[in-house]
Design a protein around this ligand. Structure first.
Ligand SMILES: Cc1cc2nc3c(=O)[nH]c(=O)nc-3n(C[C@H](O)[C@H](O)[C@H](O)COP(=O)(O)OP(=O)(O)OC[C@H]3O[C@@H](n4cnc5c(N)ncnc54)[C@H](O)[C@@H]3O)c2cc1C
Length: 394
């Protein structure tokens, strides 16, 4: 690797999507000397964190996630205060689906009850009364949780980086990390033709995680898929405005989800969850998957026809999926000064919080047991079926 560059950092962060940017933000805020390295331009559209919006919600299928989601709101509030910018808009959230679905809304209800989160259980008649756009039969039920909302995704990731730099972090774009080596209690890094040394390394490489872990002789059974979201101009825009219509997740197999209109584009973002095909992050294309579009269109025709106007645009995005859909947030075995975070397809809402955990270690109220890198499902490199949990629950 040659002579290390004399520059030294307390923390180096590999990857500046939402998780790496948050790790840089929280580490720099604590006074650490931070180096962030991103292979593409900041805010690029090749990974998982771009585009305008992500769902944030308390409604989750286990109490541990509900508890963590509570902390996630606090971690975003810290950034909102530091950045002087509102990044979360509450819309209310509707979990909706047929009774008897493999994705049990009752699990969400039980988990929220266990964590003292208020919500309403709704039958089909009540759903039709509140939001007449829903064309659902009496076999459908749902629950409404008022704190659910939208994280302004790109603005939030920008804000994390901006505040990190304001706290002294050095963030370099177009700087791919090409070599990592643990030596003498430090991590030596080669990136963009320069050498760096840091006391700690945080790997937040999303779909490229295995490329980074290969430097330490490790590989995880992550499946990278190319997902897509579709922006429709609704037939009845008034019915989908903020305050009129909530975020919604159709909790069934397959699962669909959608947003109200929340910005000047006057469109609703809707798609099928976990619908994408496996791809290689390096060679993937950006083209529309017509099969996903057809399934989304069919769903809307049947249940939410007022949303189904012309498609305004289609955007693609990568999921880096673990076999059990739980995150990885842990130290790399044998390398106590290397931490790894993988967000699967539902981590944006937790992005600021995961960054805080990576910088501080444990955070009160967050049970990280499910996110251990040593859990058995991650030791099976053939665990590529990725079918151990129903598709919903992003
Ligand atoms: C269509 C879609 C919808 C989603 N909706 C939601 C939602 O509603 N709610 C929610 O909570 N979550 C949602 N998610 C999931 C969420 O967006 C991701 O979990 C999150 O963005 C993952 O962030 P990340 O920082 O791990 O990955 P990324 O954003 O991909 O960041 C990893 C970064 O590492 C960089 N990198 C990798 N290797 C190197 C290297 N060698 N050198 C330098 N840089 C490197 C990459 O270029 C990349 O920028 C959605 C995801 C998709 C795709």
């Amino acid at each position: 690797m040659g002579q290390p560059h004399p520059r030294e950092y307390d923390v180096a962060v590999l990857g500046l999507g939402v998780i790496g940017s948050a790790a840089a933000y929280w580490s720099a805020k604590r006074g650490a000397r931070v180096l962030g390295l991103e292979q593409f331009e900041l805010g690029h559209a090749r990974g998982s964190s771009h585009d305008r919006s992500r769902i944030i919600r308390l409604s989750y299928f286990t109490p541990a996630y509900v508890q963590m989601a509570k902390e996630a709101y606090r971690a975003w509030a810290s950034l909102e205060s530091d950045a002087g910018e509102q990044l979360i808009v509450k819309t209310g959230g509707l979990d909706i689906g047929p009774r008897g679905s493999p994705v049990r809304i009752s699990d969400h209800a039980r988990s929220m009850r266990a964590c003292g989160v208020a919500f309403e259980e709704l039958d089909a008649a009540e759903i039709r009364k509140r939001w007449p756009c829903w064309r659902v039969g009496d076999e459908v039920h749902g629950l409404f949780q008022a704190d659910a909302g939208i994280v302004a995704a790109e603005r939030a990731t920008d804000a994390l980086r901006r505040v990190a730099v304001g706290c002294g972090a050095t963030l370099l774009d177009r700087t791919p990390v090409t070599l990592l080596r643990a030596a003498a209690g430090e991590i030596e890094i080669e990136a963009g033709g320069h050498h760096y040394r840091a006391g700690r390394l945080i790997v937040a490489a999303g779909a490229w995680t295995n490329g980074a872990l290969a430097h330490f002789g490790r590989r995880l059974p992550i499946e990278v898929t190319k997902e897509q979201v579709i922006y429709f101009v609704p037939r009845d825009p008034a019915a989908f405005t903020l305050g009129e219509f909530p975020l919604w997740i159709w909790q069934d197999e397959p699962s669909f989800y959608g947003f109200p209109i929340f910005d000047e584009t006057r469109t609703v973002k809707i798609t099928q969850d976990s619908a994408g095909k496996a791809v290689d992050a390096q060679t993937r294309g950006f083209e529309e998957d017509a099969e996903i579009t057809a399934r989304v269109t069919g769903f809307l025709e049947r249940y939410l026809p007022a949303a189904l106007g012309p498609a305004d645009s289609v955007k693609t995005c990568l999921y880096a999926r673990t076999p059990d859909r739980d995150f990885v947030i842990d130290a790399l075995p044998g390398y106590p000064n290397v931490s790894v975070a993988i967000g699967d397809g539902h981590a944006f809402k937790f992005g600021s919080l995961i960054g805080r955990i990576l910088s501080d270690g444990a955070v009160d109220g967050c049970d990280l047991t499910a996110f251990k890198i040593t859990r058995s499902v991650l030791s099976r490199l053939d665990a590529g079926k990725h079918d151990e949990r129903p598709a919903a629950d992003r």
